[in-house]
Design a protein around this ligand. Structure first.
Ligand SMILES: [Zn+2]
Length: 323
């Protein structure tokens, strides 16, 4: 991805960083916070490129410095990530040693620490010491998906940048560029906020079967004419055996029911566009209470699945309740 593409998915963050850079008012410590898939680490590297690119004021992605940063081998740009789930004290010690060294190469030193919430308290305290007294021409970017786990003293000494979830239309565009059918793309874009993960889901063998199953179940909820458990037995995907597909089924079924709810409120911004004529024709058969009840049952099934409830029981009671 290029800087321009990041501008589309995180416009506020990029604008803020570009402005500070242009006005020479960069903070010494940034805390990038936001959920998974919001491109925090990638944008931290873009920031480093912005400071180093041979084409001043931009990120060309083709000069030597940009390339070295992309490949994590620029001597002044150090990236620390959890090793086996934690950031260890030795990693922080290494960082501090590097921090104390004079530069081998001219230019600012940039430290990027990903998943800072995975540090021990001791490690956090060490980090705190060096962000309290930053050296000139040194920038630290701390990254987290869990800002509530970060020491308040670290937050107060950092400039916090909030990363927004990636707009669904950007995820859909990304999937379409990768030759995913637009209809499948819009459903998969609502299953995750992560571009890569959305593409993986869209390419999964059974995702179309799950979507078909949701459509069939949805139609049968609307026209109340078949035994849903028999329908499941005839499906191409076995949600009784495959928990991952079951999770997709519940999430996509939720989208379907929420689409129905939107249509009741005359909001036509829906995901299941292909189903619009059928849903509109049968909408009057479902009460508003029943729609809300069904959404509630689906949400409860989702929680029960997360807590490892009995899958067979979960599916059977869900389907009986949905009807
Ligand atoms: Zn460059």
């Amino acid at each position: 991805m290029s800087l321009n593409q990041y501008k589309r998915i995180q416009p506020k963050v990029i604008k803020m960083l570009m402005n500070s850079y242009q006005k020479n008012r960069l903070a010494h410590t940034y805390l990038f916070e936001g959920e998974k898939g919001t491109k925090k680490k990638e944008i931290a590297l873009e920031f480093a490129k912005l400071l180093y690119c041979e084409n001043e004021g931009t990120v060309c992605d083709s000069c030597l410095n940009c390339m070295r940063i992309s490949h994590h081998n620029h001597p002044n740009v150090l990236l620390i990530e959890p090793d086996n789930g934690t950031i260890k004290k030795e990693q922080v010690l290494y960082l501090q040693q590097e921090y104390a060294k004079t530069n081998l190469e001219e230019g600012p030193k940039i430290y990027i620490i990903d998943e800072i919430d995975k540090m021990s308290i001791n490690a956090s305290n060490s980090i705190l010491k060096f962000i309290e007294e930053p050296l000139e021409n040194t920038y630290t970017i701390l990254i987290t998906e869990n800002i509530h786990r970060i020491l308040p003293t670290i937050i107060s000494r950092s400039q916090v940048l909030n990363f927004q979830p990636i707009p669904k239309k950007e995820i859909v565009e990304h999937l379409k560029k990768n030759e995913i059918d637009p209809y499948i793309a819009s459903i998969c874009a609502h299953l995750t906020n992560d571009l890569n993960e959305a593409l993986e889901i869209a390419n999964e063998e059974h995702i179309i079967d799950v979507i078909d199953l949701v459509k069939t179940v949805g139609q049968n909820i609307l026209n109340k004419n078949e035994d849903l458990i028999v329908l499941l037995e005839n499906s191409q995907v076995d949600i009784y055996k495959d928990k991952k597909q079951l999770a997709y089924f519940i999430d996509i079924m939720l989208m379907y029911m929420r689409d129905i709810k939107k249509l009741v409120h005359n909001n036509d911004n829906i995901i299941f566009n292909h189903e619009l004529p059928f849903i509109n024709k049968h909408l009057h058969l479902l009460s508003k209470e029943k729609i809300i009840y069904n959404i509630d049952r689906l949400l409860k099934a989702k929680i029960s699945l997360e807590y490892n409830g009995n899958t067979v029981l979960l599916i059977d009671s869900l389907l009986i309740n949905l009807m």
